[in-house]
Write a protein that binds this ligand. Structure first.
Ligand SMILES: Cc1cc2nc3c(=O)[nH]c(=O)nc-3n(C[C@H](O)[C@H](O)[C@H](O)COP(=O)(O)OP(=O)(O)OC[C@H]3O[C@@H](n4cnc5c(N)ncnc54)[C@H](O)[C@@H]3O)c2cc1C
Length: 322
């Protein structure tokens, strides 16, 4: 059995048949065969090495704040980075300061600690939940800024279990996209983030600004953030298009489009992943029919096997999925 093999090779605890719903902010999903939260590098590397030999399904999870986890029984391993969460700071010599951050470090703690140290650059991330690794993997951002622009260096665990360092210029990022993380099955294990000394009051003011912009988002409710990316060249945000097409309040089971912000799908209690996906597809179809714009999912689908969300999502979402 996979769990027994993992136990032989790794030092961390192997969770068996673990419920998925508590592991994401959206709160949907079934059970995963094996759940791991390593806190030492060797375990991460050994796991990838095992997978290179045995090719079992492997899914990476940070804070689970941008993720729809699959219903039913999910074979394979869900790997959490949350216990790999150290940070260290050093002066670069050119006046900037480098934060060397492990993947599972909370993004909100990075924002707060930088502010306390009088270091600016990451204020736009105030209020974005999740881990630094997850933020890099999706190039998270707000107000035209994103985490990718702050990266000096990345370290990944490659599919063969080896570590690889990537300098700036060896990776690229775009709006909500970080190809390096997606093009092959690799884990961002740590990164170096460049920050600049700034007056503390100015940093606090920026943080307050970004927090206040979030006032239009639903609060204290279960969601995975924005369901769809803003479409390039459409001149309007995905939220506005969804709103104009009357999507607010549309629902499938316990999944409902927020009345506050049309790009947020909420889990009112017992929604399943299939409800979220069906609702996303209905919204996508409606916007396509009425505006000709095909919205692409921003949320990630984990545990659905090779076909990502496509098997459940139907042709439209499959057609449009990024
Ligand atoms: C209320 C709310 C508001 C939000 N506001 C914003 C916003 O303003 N801007 C924004 O960009 N996002 C926003 N989000 C979405 C989400 O918080 C961000 O995308 C966040 O950066 C995801 O981080 P995570 O650790 O939770 O990633 P997860 O959801 O755990 O994972 C997301 C994806 O990244 C992959 N991944 C995670 N960690 C790694 C790693 N170490 N190496 C390789 N791949 C990895 C996963 O496999 C998955 O595909 C919001 C979400 C919520 C719930």
């Amino acid at each position: 059995m996979l769990a027994d093999e993992l136990e032989k090779n790794l030092t961390c605890r192997i969770g068996r048949d673990v419920p998925l719903a508590p592991l994401s902010t959206l709160g949907v999903g079934g059970h995963v065969e094996c759940f791991l939260e390593p806190s030492c590098m060797k375990d991460f590397q050994s796991l990838f090495l095992m997978r290179a030999k045995d090719s079992f399904p492997l899914y990476i999870l940070g804070g689970g704040s941008n993720t729809v986890l699959a219903d039913g029984f999910v074979p394979g391993v869900l790997l959490s980075t949350r216990k790999w969460n150290g940070i260290s700071w050093c002066e670069a010599g050119d006046g900037t300061v480098i934060a060397e951050v492990q993947a599972g470090y909370p993004l909100s703690s990075l924002v707060e600690e930088a502010a306390q140290r009088g270091l600016g650059g990451v204020e736009f991330a105030a209020g974005i939940p999740g881990t630094v690794g997850g933020a890099v993997a999706g190039n998270a951002g707000a107000g035209g800024r994103s985490i990718g622009e702050l990266l000096a260096e990345l370290t990944t665990v490659e599919p063969d279990g080896n570590l690889k360092q990537w300098k700036r210029g060896e990776f690229s990022c775009a709006y909500r996209s970080f190809p390096l993380a997606n093009e092959e099955h690799r884990l961002i294990i740590s990164c170096k983030i460049v920050l600049h000394p700034m007056p503390r009051e100015a940093i606090r003011a920026e943080i307050e600004h970004f927090r206040s912009v979030r006032g239009i988002q639903p609060r204290g409710e279960r969601s995975a953030g924005c369901s769809f990316k803003n479409p390039a060249g459409a001149g309007q945000s995905a939220g506005l298009l969804l709103d104009q097409c009357g999507c607010k309040g549309m629902s499938v089971g316990d999944a409902i489009v927020s009345e506050r912000h049309a790009n947020f799908i909420l889990n009112r209690g017992k929604a399943a992943a299939k409800d979220i996906i069906e609702l996303m597809r209905a919204c996508q179809e409606r916007v396509l029919e009425r505006t000709g714009v095909c919205l692409k999912p921003e949320v990630k689908f984990l545990g659905f096997g090779q076909n990502a969300a496509c098997g459940l999502a139907g042709e439209k979402l499959e057609l449009c999925a990024s």
